[in-house]
Design a protein around this ligand. Structure first.
Ligand SMILES: NC(=O)c1ccc[n+]([C@@H]2O[C@H](COP(=O)([O-])OP(=O)(O)OC[C@H]3O[C@@H](n4cnc5c(N)ncnc54)[C@H](OP(=O)(O)O)[C@@H]3O)[C@@H](O)[C@H]2O)c1
Length: 341
């Protein structure tokens, strides 16, 4: 496959603003692959980086699905060839300034991507390879250390199960044999149940913690000792801590405030980007193990097209609109995807 000299890339032009530019392709290292991007998925981290972290000229975007366009000399033995359909995520523009997912070509390490089965459209693969599902796996299997196949159906609380991370976390936890209790707005209850939630309550209900604990006691699966707080804002971590009690474990996705009282629970904040770097050996190895498993999960029907509702935009010109949709907090029980081909 011959590579063009330049490609289209969405870049920051001033804090909070992006534009499409024609620029040279990112260099891929000897250990990396270059992927020709066909579809991308969006996450809140995209606008947070655009507004707060990236400087003008830096690329953006994390989640991608596409075809391998080139393989670095040291990556030849890693099981990927030019033309292979793949998916994955990077920390767009932050680590290497011209390397983001919201562009025609993106560079990534082979350990951070997986083979996309032909049955899965690129639109569905982009969010599945991306931050939301990877964060769910990093929390449940990588950090809480629940096995992929449990014979002990312990309960787990997925707080805010209609977030991007929450929807995939419900599915991943229930596939692992855990009993899932979640919270969501009532309009999303059927969806979270269809993903595998055993019980769901409204996070706005003042009695929500008591209802969760009553469910755990009456379900006969033992006391609730683990939670993934997928929102980690608006007091959600206090409620998770209350729900799991002293000695319970709570994973958060944003750090709790400084004066936070964990009330004897073990509260740990994770950052999915740690899984991308070989120097974070444990996180990196565990996530690479998942990327080897995910094709079989898709081929066996455990994960499938349409598992999470998608709102699909088309083309580079619609990327800023899609980013704004996430920035304005309009996302509810869906993943936003933009096709680039
Ligand atoms: N640390 C990490 O590595 C990491 C990784 C991924 C995400 N994150 C962060 O985690 C957060 C969630 O990301 P996401 O992409 O999963 O979210 P998202 O899909 O954008 O979240 C949308 C959902 O948030 C729920 N929500 C809104 N207000 C809420 C409240 N007060 N209490 C509980 N739920 C509420 C809504 O649920 P209903 O529709 O049911 O009301 C809505 O469906 C973001 O801050 C993101 O930056 C961090």
């Amino acid at each position: 496959m011959s590579l063009p000299a330049t490609h289209k890339a969405l870049v920051v032009v001033e804090p909070g603003k992006v534009a499409v530019k024609e620029q040279p392709l990112p260099k891929y290292g000897d250990d990396e692959l270059l992927v020709n991007v066909k579809a991308v998925a969006l996450n809140p981290t995209d606008w947070k980086h655009i507004d707060n972290l990236l400087k003008p000229g830096q690329s953006i975007g994390c989640d991608f699905a596409g075809d391998v366009a080139a393989v670095g000399s040291n990556a030849q033995s890693k099981g990927f060839s030019v033309g292979d359909p793949v998916a994955g995520f990077i920390r767009g523009g932050f680590v290497v300034h011209d390397n983001g997912a919201f562009q025609e070509y993106v560079a990534a390490l082979p350990e951070n991507i997986w083979h996309k089965p032909a049955s899965l459209p690129y639109e569905d693969a982009a969010p599945m390879g991306g931050i939301a599902l990877s964060t769910a796996v990093h929390a449940i299997h990588g950090t809480l250390n629940f096995p992929y196949e449990s014979t002990d159906p312990q309960p787990i609380l997925i707080w805010s199960g209609a977030t991007g991370v929450g929807m995939y976390a419900i599915k991943i936890a229930s596939l692992a044999g855990l009993k899932v209790v979640t919270t969501a707005s009532e309009k999303n209850w059927e969806l979270v149940k269809s993903l595998g939630a055993d019980a769901v309550f409204d996070y706005k209900d003042p009695q929500v913690v008591q209802k969760i604990q009553q469910w755990a006691q009456s379900s006969g699966h033992g006391p609730l000792r683990a939670a993934l707080d997928t929102i980690s804002e608006h007091g959600s971590t206090n409620l998770c801590v209350e729900a799991v009690g002293q000695g319970g474990r709570v994973i958060t996705l944003l750090p709790p405030p400084k004066e936070f009282d964990s009330k004897g629970a073990e509260v740990k904040t994770i950052l999915v980007y740690t899984t991308l770097k070989p120097k974070n050996a444990d996180d990196h190895r565990k996530m690479a193990e998942w990327y080897k498993k995910i094709p079989s999960y898709i081929e066996s029907g455990k994960l499938y097209k349409g598992i999470v509702p998608l709102k699909v935009f088309h083309g580079f010109d619609q990327l800023p609109e899609a980013i704004d949709y996430v920035r304005q907090g309009k996302v509810s029980a869906q993943k936003l995807v933009v096709t680039l081909k």
